[in-house]
Design a protein around this ligand. Structure first.
Ligand code: ATP
Ligand code: MG
Length: 171
């Protein structure tokens, strides 16, 4: 009860109502999510568990604004993102979301520092000079204990180090 009360006073950062996802690749339709309702509050840590194929990645892709929902509603930080276009979702991702991928999604044969700098190149908010990008990327890598790894490529880093590089791509 105490927790419920506390949560009522907090802001729901993620609010999902009756969410459905149907993958439709022409011949076969897969109904991957059927009516998910979920609120995640500011400061909360949440784990999503389920058997293989139960829809965890599907849900994460939608919550991370990487994919669009089929039905239902998704309010992220007070904004209704349910029917946004892919371009609008890309802007939301840039502004609000940090995503650590299972596969890291780092560019191969590209040093850690450039992997971290990359999103700054696409920033629509402002233009960053090369030197500025480098400084920001170095600081970000320093903050996760990778000061000695600026110029290592992903295949020269451990799994956890790759994950730390991925988590520092500016978003
Ligand atoms: N792009 C797609 N097109 C069609 N069906 C898909 C697609 N992606 C996932 N699916 C199907 O949707 C369902 C949910 O898949 P999802 O990847 O979300 O599962 P998961 O819970 O992440 O599983 P795992 O634990 O194995 O990673 C599965 O039946 C899967 O085959
Ligand atoms: Mg998965």
């Amino acid at each position: 009860m105490a927790k419920e009360k506390e949560e009522k006073n907090k802001k729901a950062v993620i609010e999902v109502k009756n969410l459905e996802k149907i993958y439709d690749s022409g011949e076969v339709k897969v109904h991957a999510l059927r009516g998910i309702t979920l609120s995640v509050y500011d400061g909360e840590l949440v784990a999503i568990m389920g058997t293989s194929g139960s829809g965890k990645s599907t849900l994460m892709n939608i919550l991370g604004c990487l994919d669009k929902l089929t039905k239902g509603e998704y309010i992220l930080d007070g904004r209704n993102v349910s029917n946004m276009s892919r371009d609008e979702l890309a802007d939301i991702r840039n502004d609000l979301i940090g995503f650590v991928f299972q596969g890291f999604n780092l560019l191969a044969k590209t040093p850690a520092i450039e992997n971290v700098e990359l999103p700054l190149l696409y920033s629509r908010a402002r233009t960053y000079k090369k030197q500025e990008r480098e400084e920001m990327a170095k600081k970000a890598l320093d903050s996760v204990g990778l000061s000695g790894r600026y110029y290592h490529q992903p295949n020269q880093l451990s799994g956890g180090q790759q994950q730390r590089v991925a988590s520092k791509g500016f978003d």
